[in-house]
Design a protein around this ligand. Sequence first.
Ligand code: ATP
Length: 348
Amino acid sequence: MTHLHLDSIVKRYDSFTALKGVSLEVKRGEFLCFLGPSGCGKTTLLRVIAGLDPQSEGRVTLDGRDVSRQPPSARNYGIVFQSYALFPNLTVAKNVAYGLKLDRAATKARVDELLALVGLPESGPKYPGQLSGGQQQRVALARALAPSPGLLLLDEPLSALDARVRGHLRQQIKDLHRRLGITTIMVTHDQEEALTMADRIVVMNHGVIDQVGTPDEIYRHPATPFVADFVGAMNFLPGIAGEDGVVHVGDARLHSNSDLAPGAAVTVCLRPEDVVARHQNGANRIEATIEALEFIGPFHRARLHAPELGSHRLTADFSANLVRDLDLVIGGRLPVMLPRERLRVFPV
Ligand code: ATP
């Protein structure tokens, strides 16, 4: 079941430690995304797996084989870079054939098969310069997949493309993964890309893994304030833990499922879409005024001033129907409820 195992990987560049003891199990056939901000170490980790940049400490095991000190050629993977990295002076067909060690007829058949697979059946005789960015990246994918590797490594493969092409290629890569079932690891700093493509997301922060989980787990149950902040929009309210899960934020007493010791300084997190309007009575009800109301497209984003919460403003997302039904306008009063089960409380 385990395809790749990383055990306590440390990577140092002189006095700078880019990876600080990363351990991870990758299951056979899964689509994993390394997600994090620039400089968190995700590309370094991919390069360690690829053997392009050996780790300073720790072990890489592939298919039960310790490949920690093995060269890239002994690791049986295909890799795609952000910059396509095609040979400009070779035709598309020769680029795809590059890593193949087959006779002429078999090579041609394999190249045709791969070009059809990535939706470019006619482009074999062309040169990379005659293709668009999205097409070049599909050729790079075909080249990576041609020798039937066990593992596909993708280093920000979509970042250089414009939004429309990116969306299209995102789907193509997912379709390919579904069809081929190849274990795939993709580096991205784009949360939407990770949420839509990954079976599991590995969120990295300053050379460590903050959380590994399905997109839903990462979004609904962020393990740290960093993950909460990096993936999706989030309200952060500073407070103090009280008795029985109560958290004091400004003058408000919010009921939560926190079990932190009374007196602890905390941050209370709540997604904007989890703020409930149209709620009359009960716990966690707050009086607010609408300070700003932006039309975002699928919803409206409101900035709420609730004096009870102190100086912090609350961001809330409301559907167009709700805005119309409640006649929400800037300056209007709006009681809201902060649902207990949606509040995430972290110690600070
Ligand atoms: P990005 O999306 O910007 O590429 P990343 O998360 O992939 O970010 P890495 O490229 O893995 O980040 O780099 C992690 C850290 O290691 C960075 O601080 C970077 O400056 C440092 N680093 C990477 N390669 C080297 C190198 N060859 N020499 C020195 N420092 C390096």
